[in-house]
Write a new protein. Structure first.
Length: 323
């Protein structure tokens, strides 16, 4: 059965009538016209705020019909948000298709759902992409936006923010080259506000407990004063307090990590809760909306289907300032 999406009409303060995707109290009050309801922010900055919508672990190709899959529900949410706001983009956090990241999976499962806004997507590869040698279908599908098979990491500027995509699947000399590039990039293009994203989380309370994954890259981010790290891999939503690469709380200079593996594939449970884990959710699909301001940021986790949100649940949201 398709997931029901309740629709209504909302007249924005600026006048136009807009499609409202959800009307969940305290959650998605102004989706299609104004995007997620964030606190008003007067930054005094000349650069317009830029919003990114992020999730990983997206299209499960065993689903009999992609039109009614979890990926379709999250894609509908994101598509409406993008249509309303030209100052917005999508960050995909890896494992775009299951199980093997083949060309057919990208065509038949990802394409009809999240592929609808491929031209506004900045991706990073997951381990399932590499189940096909060299992740070649992934690089072919996203083209220049994915970097290249020879250098699968890159940096872009969105609004006033530097946004860095790394490949957490690299090992040995390839990973060492990525770290060298990251050091140079952080020094070459310093920004007051920086966001990084890759697939495997450095910290997670979920089922994938690989100790130390990308902690060397995390240490470079921390030393450079990077604000945010986004990851997927575990099929849940988790937000950590700012911390250093050893997992020590550092509210003054730490990196705030979000795990957003809720793009539509399937949910996985939490195991042992780590220190500094502040919010966890694994009962519904959704995307993280991040409003990138000049010198600050705001976040809100948006459910794809309000009917899946437990009664009385409080959707995660908050605000932070850049270092």
């Amino acid at each position: 059965m398709p997931r029901a999406l309740r629709r209504a009409q909302y007249r924005a303060a600026s006048g136009p009538t807009c499609s409202l995707l959800h009307s969940l109290a305290g959650g998605l009050a102004l989706l299609a016209c104004a995007g997620p309801t964030f606190a008003a922010a007067d930054t005094g900055a000349p650069t317009a705020a830029y919003t990114v919508y992020a999730a990983g672990d997206i299209a499960r190709c065993k689903h009999p019909d992609p039109r009614w899959s979890g990926a379709a529900a999250t894609a509908t949410l994101v598509e409406n948000l993008l249509r309303a706001d030209p100052q917005s983009a999508v960050l995909t956090l890896g494992d775009h298709t299951y199980p093997k990241g083949t060309a057919a999976e990208f065509r038949d499962c990802y394409g009809p759902t999240w592929g609808r806004f491929r031209d506004r997507t900045w991706p990073t590869p997951g381990n399932h992409e590499y189940a096909t040698p060299g992740a070649r279908p992934y690089f072919a599908y996203f083209g220049e936006r994915a970097g290249s098979a020879g250098r699968s990491y890159y940096s872009v500027r969105l609004g006033s923010w530097q946004v860095i995509s790394l490949d957490s699947n690299l090992k040995g000399a390839a990973h060492a080259a990525q770290l060298d590039w990251l050091r140079a990039e952080l020094a070459r293009a310093p920004s007051r506000c920086t966001l990084a994203f890759w697939h495997h989380p450095a910290f997670t309370s979920g089922g994938h407990r690989q100790s130390g994954w990308m902690r060397d890259a995390f240490a470079l981010l921390h030393a450079a004063g990077v604000e945010i790290l986004l990851s997927g891999h575990d099929h849940d939503y988790e937000r950590f307090a700012p911390q250093d690469a050893t997992g020590k709380l550092d509210r003054a200079r730490g990196v705030r990590q979000f795990v957003v593996g809720t793009g539509g594939a399937y949910a996985t449970p939490f195991l042992r809760i780590l220190d500094n884990s502040e919010v966890r959710e694994a009962s519904f699909d959704g995307v993280l909306a991040l409003r990138l301001l000049d010198g600050a940021y705001e976040w809100r986790f948006l459910p794809a289907d309000p009917g899946r949100v437990p009664a009385g649940a409080r959707l995660d949201h908050g605000r932070g300032r850049c270092h």
